[in-house]
Write a protein that binds this ligand. Structure first.
Ligand code: G
Ligand code: G
Ligand code: NA
Ligand code: MN
Length: 255
């Protein structure tokens, strides 16, 4: 069975939904935000993640519909959290290369959040280096600049794994660098990974960017990151991605 068709059907049936993974202050484990991650509920009820349907996110038509669903549901969830008095800074939304092809991403983002009266200052747009370096890069950068001018935060995801060179950090409209989980996962055993983490933290601070360490799984990793001056993190040590309802409960209990 073709996975692109399966996702298309899931869109029609309302079985495409966001899960959320908390982003925390490493020193207190206090939740400061979440990252939205797309999930598909299969007909058998099983929930699968984006890694299981990359072809669908690469398909121009289907990925557009997936993004539409994600924007709408994330905005609605955020409205509910704000109404419930839950305290969070940002909710991150992942966008890929295909999201920029129709040149209307800014309008789509603005409309989705306006429809639910959610201020864009609570929204983080997560892109990878490859999105910034890809075809139509000047248009991508202009779109991100406009979203940023409207208050959104721009986060550079999986940092260190893509093609961007350090000089690009000067010109990219970036507020937050997310250190890829591969470096965090190996920083205690591999000196080069530790050196890269240190370098990214140093560089980001000198460029006045914030840093989120991804893929924190152990308290040892958390402590080392803290000693290196990394204040924000994300990973299974704190929470796995969970449903919107479970996210409210997490934000309530920690907030
Ligand atoms: O949660 P998970 O393992 O499935 O994420 C796998 C990859 O899919 C990650 O690189 C993540 O950035 C990407 N991803 C997750 N959610 C979305 C989404 O809503 N849109 C796009 N374009 N990519 C996503
Ligand atoms: O590319 P991106 O960073 O958006 O991908 C996020 C993916 O990483 C999600 O699929 C999420 O489930 C996964 N993830 C989140 N925290 C951890 C972690 O601590 N360890 C591992 N191995 N994966 C994680
Ligand atoms: Na991401
Ligand atoms: Mn990431």
């Amino acid at each position: 069975f073709n996975v692109v068709r399966e996702v298309h059907e899931a869109i029609d049936d309302g079985r495409i939904l966001p899960y959320y993974q908390p982003i925390v202050r490493i020193d207190t484990s206090e939740i400061v935000g979440v990252e939205a991650l797309v999930r598909m509920r299969r007909k058998d009820g099983w929930i699968v993640s984006a890694g299981d349907f990359p072809e669908a996110l690469a398909d121009v038509h289907v990925s557009r519909l997936v993004t539409e669903r994600m924007l709408g549901q994330v905005a609605a969830d955020m409205r509910r959290w704000l109404d419930d008095g839950l305290d969070f800074h940002h909710v991150g939304i992942n966008v890929g290369v295909t999201d920029f092809l129709d040149h209307d991403l800014e309008r789509r983002v603005v409309m989705a959040f306006e429809a639910h009266r959610v201020p864009l200052r609570h929204v983080a747009i997560e892109v990878t280096e490859n999105v910034l370096m890809g075809p139509g890069d000047s248009d991508v950068i202009a779109t991100l600049q406009s979203l940023r001018a409207r208050g959104a935060v721009i986060a550079l995801d999986d940092f260190g794994t893509g093609y961007a060179s350090l000089t690009h950090l000067r010109t990219f409209p970036v507020d937050v660098i997310k250190i890829d989980k591969s470096f965090v996962g190996q920083m205690l055993t591999d000196p080069s990974s530790a050196a890269i983490v240190e370098l990214v933290l140093d560089l980001a601070h000198k460029l006045s960017m914030r840093v989120v360490a991804e893929g924190i799984e152990t308290s040892e990793q958390a402590h080392r990151l803290q000693r290196l001056g990394c204040t924000l993190g994300q990973g299974y040590r704190y929470a796995r991605p969970v449903s919107a309802a479970a996210t409210s409960a997490l934000m309530t209990s920690f907030g």
